[in-house]
Design a protein around this ligand. Structure first.
Ligand code: NI
Length: 183
């Protein structure tokens, strides 16, 4: 089982590197990592398990956060009824279209690699289309909106060596607050 301390911290230089395209088939190590990521993200969003295993709640992870510099991500999205989840596993993800509308998370984004509160606006597309591959190399295409769209943009940023804190205006963290819609 993955532990919170196994997830790289923001100070780790690997988080600033650009991850490499995956060549299929996935290695056994990569498949195992995906299973661990899915398990961690699911458990972390179930209160009893979060407490039991001392997890930090999170809905997404990229491979680089486990020190694997390859382009794959896992997102576990809680559905409206509590404790049901939809899991998205995307290898070599790309955003193929995005809305003009920009939104941001009012309380700020979180990241399992950033262990401190960090205020500020991170502008994100309200809707995105993501294309990539599943674990077996089959093409997948997802349309995401709102919170899920932000999660995809956040995780794909990781694959390019970008943390959410890099997208906050240092001099004026709440710049454009009135310009965009918050969720
Ligand atoms: Ni993150």
């Amino acid at each position: 089982m993955l532990k919170t301390k196994d997830i790289l911290d923001e100070k780790d230089k690997r988080l600033r590197q650009v991850s490499k395209e995956v060549i299929f088939p996935l290695t056994e190590e990569d498949k195992k990592a995906i299973e661990l990521m899915k398990e961690y993200l699911t458990n972390s969003q179930i209160e009893t398990l979060e407490k039991k295993y001392h997890l930090r709640p999170g809905m997404g992870l990229s491979a680089v956060q486990l020190g694997i510099l390859k382009r794959f991500i896992v997102i576990v999205h809680e559905q409206e009824e509590k404790e049901t989840f939809k899991t998205y596993i995307v290898v070599n993800p790309t955003i193929t279209s995005s809305s003009e509308e920009i939104i941001f998370v009012e309380e700020g984004e979180g990241c399992l690699s950033v262990n401190r509160p960090y205020e500020g606006i991170i502008p994100r597309h309200a809707r995105v289309t993501i294309e990539g591959f599943d674990m077996d190399g089959n093409k997948v295409k997802y349309r995401a909106r709102e919170e899920l769209a932000i999660a995809f943009q956040h995780e794909i940023d990781h694959l390019n060596g970008i943390l959410f804190i890099d997208r906050i205006d240092k001099k004026d963290p709440f710049k454009d607050y009135d310009k965009y819609r918050y969720i």
